[in-house]
Design a protein around this ligand. Structure first.
Ligand code: NAP
Length: 239
């Protein structure tokens, strides 16, 4: 049963990787109600196993962030799940990286898919769920960025062009959102280099470590943080 201490979360891309681990950690806290979205909940076996142990606090909703109709049609389902609650936290985690292209090898097809998954998807999800976020107690939107989006770090190499360009555009989206809705909190998050299908086996961080740190940062955000690009450690990442 929901109480005034209840927090509501919606996390995209939860079938595996960081999104799955985030769902696992969020649901371990009995004050959280979590809407976990993924493209195919029916085949997301690990997620379904989590749901079986979550005492009705974990809800799985089908959502493909590259399909506008799928985003729009998920709204009514989520609204029904949350009932009188608004949405306290929207975590735009779903993202794609199709490979190590460069400025001189990138194709329109891949670059367009990266833009759809990593920029337009989070933009349309936030737009669609704005009425529920405005009803929420926290009004927090996290856009999952990457160190590969940062010009200021001075580490940009030629690889991952489509992906890096799309995540830099996502950072600009975060700023646009912040400037249009000053009473809400929008941040970009760099989760570190994490061992997932995308990060690979050589990555530095276990998902548990990245996610437990991210959740500390995100649950302590205040309005002064809106528009920042933060690392999972809470440090600011240079743009
Ligand atoms: N791992 C890293 O080192 C790292 C570093 C920086 C940033 N990130 C970012 O962190 C986020 C999570 O990455 P990850 O490492 O956990 O990657 P992952 O293991 O590849 O998982 C990506 C997730 O996104 C979902 N997804 C992909 N395309 C989607 C779409 N069109 N619609 C809905 N869901 C979609 C996948 O769901 P399906 O099962 O449906 O494919 C999956 O659940 C991404 O935004 C990524 O860019 C990761």
């Amino acid at each position: 049963m929901a109480s005034s201490n209840t927090h509501t979360w919606m996390v995209t891309g939860t079938s595996r990787g960081i999104g799955f681990e985030m769902t696992r950690q969020l649901i371990a806290d009995p004050s959280n109600i979590v809407v976990a979205t993924c493209r195919n909940p029916d085949s997301a076996n690990a997620l379904r196993a989590l749901q079986a142990d979550a005492n009705g606090r974990l809800h799985l909703v089908a959502l493909d962030v590259t399909d506008e109709a799928s985003i729009r049609s998920s709204f009514n389902k989520v609204e029904r799940i949350l009932g009188d609650h608004g949405l306290d936290y929207l975590y735009n985690n779903a993202g794609a990286n199709e490979g190590s292209d460069t400025a001189f090898t990138m194709t329109a097809a891949v670059a367009t898919r990266m833009f759809q998954a990593n920029v337009l998807g989070p933009a349309l999800v936030a737009q669609t769920f704005l009425p529920l976020l405005e009803k929420g107690k926290r009004k927090v939107v996290v856009n999952m960025s990457s160190a590969l989006a940062s010009l200021g770090l001075g580490t940009v190499g030629p690889m991952y062009a489509s992906y890096g360009i799309s995540k830099t555009a996502l950072n600009m989206l975060t700023h646009k959102q912040k400037s249009e809705k000053p009473d809400m909190i929008f941040i970009g998050m760099d989760p570190g280099w994490v061992k997932t299908a995308m990060g690979g086996d050589d990555a530095m961080l276990e998902p548990e470590i990245s996610v437990s740190n991210i959740l500390k940062v995100v649950t302590n955000l205040t309005n002064k943080d809106s528009g920042k690009f933060l690392r999972y450690t809470g440090e600011e990442v240079p743009w």
